[in-house]
Design a protein around this ligand. Structure first.
Ligand SMILES: [Zn+2]
Length: 454
């Protein structure tokens, strides 16, 4: 069965959450020591999970059987980490070129799902998973959200792939405890009606793509409408501080977010403090490492613990950022997990500087005030070293505002880019799931440097 990951995320009703892994994980997470990776018990569990992952790969998966010469019997929970270091780093391309060799000979293909990350978000990847493995991911997400008070009995406003509706249909519909708002309908014309439906619905939680929610939140802020919720959950996209500030102001609640992907190798809890975002990696979900490339960039590498069908060991995620060398207790959230101090962005969210190097568009100076004047925005790059910021202006936008936005970009970008332009547009194309791409580049740049093209 071929299925998109984001749709799958919404497919399984709660009654089906009876899977061996789901309960195993829930049991592990009951331990009150897991939040400290240095704790003996936590280390022991991680060692067991890693050891089982490596053994399965060496015994059942053709790619690893052929390329890694380790006797699986010699691996145990104490030695697993040192054996892991003997495994090669693998790239997305290697996996896609050898898909069948990454699938366990024990797996029965009749009962597998083929999950894809949206083809619209950079280089796509497709992976085989069984039902239990899909639910394992849920166990972690449920537990994480549960920590913030959420359960499925609460009313949730949902804006994402599963709420997309054709443009000739109504922009929202209520299904059980959820109000589904279509991302493609978030236009100036329809937003007053949508906002009023949300006010009547009175959501406890919001679950949305950041780039969709910013359209709604910008409208609510501009019209001084506040919708008080218990929490906002963001997923499936890069996030930056200006968005978090905007959402917490409009929805009067904390904003929660995490790092994760269809490959299911890493789960990072988002942690936001005074304009700074970092991620703490869950020790029972996967093991995080860095791969340093020839340009000195640190790529995130993950080994997922819950994917026996198609295990990915030392998988290069194409996301960048350095994991801190030391593990210390976070002053903000109290977790003592391996921490990514700053996610430098995903390959598809990079701009190419005049020197041919990568520059993360997520670190560009965009603060929450931009939504007072701009509906949405996008970076467009046709030539390395030149960048255009495309914006859809609101009626409040004027020359003075443009000058301020331009100056903010110039201050930050002029060392790296020869030309910085602001271009007013009427429309910014969205993906079929309703996301706004942060960066689009010309075909020439895409071919040479990767990332997304137009
Ligand atoms: Zn923290």
């Amino acid at each position: 069965m071929k299925i998109s990951y984001c749709f799958l995320c919404e497919l399984f009703p709660i009654a089906l959450f009876f899977s061996p892994s789901y309960y195993k994980i829930s049991k592990y997470l009951l331990s009150d020591t897991y939040f400290d990776i240095c704790n003996k018990k936590t280390k022991e569990i991680q060692g067991l999970l890693l050891s089982a992952t490596l053994k399965n790969a060496l015994i059942n998966v053709p790619f690893y059987k052929k390329n890694v010469k380790i006797n699986p019997k010699s691996i145990d929970s104490d030695t697993a980490y040192s054996f892991l270091l003997e495994f090669p780093f693998i790239s997305k391309e290697t996996v896609m070129e050898n898909v069948n060799k990454f699938i366990s000979t024990k797996a029965d293909k009749r009962f597998l799902f083929y999950l894809t990350s949206g083809g619209s978000t950079g280089t796509g990847i497709g992976l085989w998973r069984n039902y239990d493995e899909v639910l394992a991911n849920y166990a972690f997400i449920d537990h994480m959200w549960g920590k913030y008070g959420y359960n499925r009995r609460y009313k949730t406003l949902r804006i994402g792939a599963d709420s997309v509706a054709p443009l000739n249909k109504t922009p929202y519909k209520r299904i059980g405890k959820r109000l589904l708002v279509s991302p493609h309908h978030l236009s100036e014309r329809l937003l007053p009606d949508i906002a009023s439906a949300i006010q009547n619905f009175k959501p406890d939680y919001v679950h949305a793509y950041p780039s969709c929610l910013e359209l709604l939140a910008g409208f609510l802020k501009l019209n001084d409408i506040q919708i008080r919720t218990k929490g906002v959950f963001l997923a499936s996209e890069e996030i930056y501080p200006g968005q978090i500030d905007l959402f917490s102001e409009v929805f009067k609640s904390p904003v929660f977010f995490h790092y994760g992907a269809v490959e299911q190798v890493l789960l990072g809890y988002g942690c936001y403090n005074k304009g700074h975002i970092n991620y703490h990696f869950h020790p029972f979900y996967g093991l995080a490492e860095n791969f340093k490339d020839e340009n000195g960039n640190f790529e995130l590498v993950g080994t997922g613990f819950w994917n026996n069908t198609m295990p990915l060991i030392r998988y290069r995620t194409q996301d960048y950022g350095k994991i801190s060398d030391e593990i210390s207790k976070c002053d903000n959230c109290g977790l003592s997990w391996p921490t990514l101090d700053k996610l430098d962005g995903r390959l598809q969210d990079y701009l190419i500087t005049k020197y041919g190097s990568y520059y993360p568009a997520t670190s560009v100076s965009i603060d929450k005030f931009i939504w007072n004047y701009v509906e949405t925005f996008q970076f467009v790059q046709n030539t390395p070293g030149e960048v255009e910021l495309h914006i859809i202006p609101r009626p409040s936008y004027d020359d003075e505002i443009e000058k301020n936005i331009f100056e903010a970009q110039r201050t930050k970008l002029s060392c790296w880019f020869d030309s910085i332009k602001i271009v007013k547009v009427n429309e910014i194309t969205r993906t079929c799931a309703g996301k706004r791409r942060l960066v689009v580049t010309s075909n020439e740049i895409h071919k040479k440097y990767g990332g997304r093209n137009k």
